[in-house]
Ligand binder design. Structure first.
Ligand SMILES: Nc1ncnc2c1ncn2[C@@H]1O[C@H](COP(=O)(O)OP(=O)(O)OP(=O)(O)O)[C@@H](O)[C@H]1O
Ligand SMILES: [Mg+2]
Length: 217
C-alpha cells in the first residue's frame, strides 16, 4: 500500500466561524474511509477541500506525494483526471438517458472511448439494463448507482462521496455500500465517504469521527 492522499493541518473558517481545526488525514491507495459526525461538524467542508472544490485557509494537501495544483485551471484538470464525486442527490441530467449521462463528461472532454467505459461501469454497478432510460424512469437506488458509475467512468484514483446513501432507504443504502465495496476490490480506487449510516462506518476499512471541526478519538 502507498499513501495516495496526505492532508496536513488543514484549517478553514467562514467569517469568524472556525469550521475545520487543524485536521490531518492520510489515505492509502484503495482504502475505504468513512467520515461520520453530527450535522455541521465539517464533513462536507472537508470533502470539498480534499476535492479541490474549496481552498483551505492553512495546511498542505499532497496527492501521490505532490502538492495539489496551484492554479484553478490545473486544479480542474487534476480533478477531472484523478477524482470522482458523488453527492446525496444524484444530479443526473434529466433530459438525457443514463448512458448519455455516463458519457457526457468524457464527450465534453473529447474522449472517444466513452460508450465502452460507460457500459463497463454500468455493469459493475448493476444498472447496465437501464442505460436507455431517462433518470426519471429509474428508481432512486438505480439513479444513485448511475451517479456512482458516472463518478467512476474516468477511472479516478479517489472517489469522494458526500452522503451518497442519504436519500436512500436502509436496504438500498446497504446495497450501494456492497456495490462500492465490490468496485473498490476490483479497481483499487480509494474512497472517502461522509455518511450518517452507521453500517457504512462499521464496514469501512477505517472510520473517523468529526466533532466540531476536529477528529474525536
Ligand atoms: N459557504 C459557507 N459559508 C458559511 N458557513 C459555511 C459555509 N459552508 C459551511 N459552513 C458552515 O460550516 C459548518 C460545517 O458545515 P458542513 O456542511 O461542512 O457540515 P457537515 O458536517 O457536512 O453537516 P451535514 O451533516 O449537515 O451535511 C456549518 O456550521 C456550516 O454552517
Ligand atoms: Mg454535509
Amino acid at each position: 500500500m502507498s499513501t495516495l492522499l496526505h492532508a496536513h493541518h488543514i484549517s478553514k473558517s467562514y467569517g469568524d466561524v472556525s469550521v475545520l481545526k487543524d485536521i490531518s488525514l492520510e489515505v492509502e491507495t484503495g482504502e475505504f474511509v468513512a467520515i461520520t459526525g453530527p450535522s455541521g461538524s465539517g464533513k462536507s467542508t472537508l470533502l470539498h477541500i480534499l476535492g479541490g472544490l474549496d481552498a483551505a485557509d492553512a495546511g498542505t494537501l499532497l496527492f501521490e506525494g505532490a502538492p495539489y495544483p496551484a492554479t484553478s485551471r490545473d486544479i480542474d484538470i487534476f480533478r477531472n483526471q484523478s477524482l470522482g464525486f458523488v453527492f446525496q442527490f444524484h444530479h443526473l441530467l434529466p433530459e438525457f438517458t443514463a448512458l448519455e449521462n455516463l458519457c457526457m463528461p468524457g464527450w465534453i472532454a473529447g474522449r472517444k472511448d466513452m460508450e465502452a467505459r460507460a457500459r463497463h461501469w454500468a455493469k459493475a454497478l448493476g444498472v447496465d439494463h437501464r442505460l436507455d432510460h431517462l433518470p426519471g424512469a429509474l428508481s432512486g437506488g438505480e439513479q444513485q448507482r448511475v451517479a456512482v458509475a458516472r463518478a467512476l467512468v474516468h477511472d479516478p484514483k479517489l472517489l469522494l462521496a458526500d452522503e451518497p446513501s442519504g436519500n436512500l432507504d436502509s436496504q438500498r443504502s446497504s446495497e450501494l455500500f456492497d456495490i462500492l465495496h465490490e468496485v473498490r476490490r476490483h479497481s483499487n480506487v480509494a474512497m472517502i465517504v461522509a455518511t450518517h449510516a452507521t453500517e457504512w462506518a462499521e464496514k469501512a476499512d477505517r472510520s473517523l469521527h468529526l466533532s466540531d471541526g476536529a477528529w474525536r478519538i
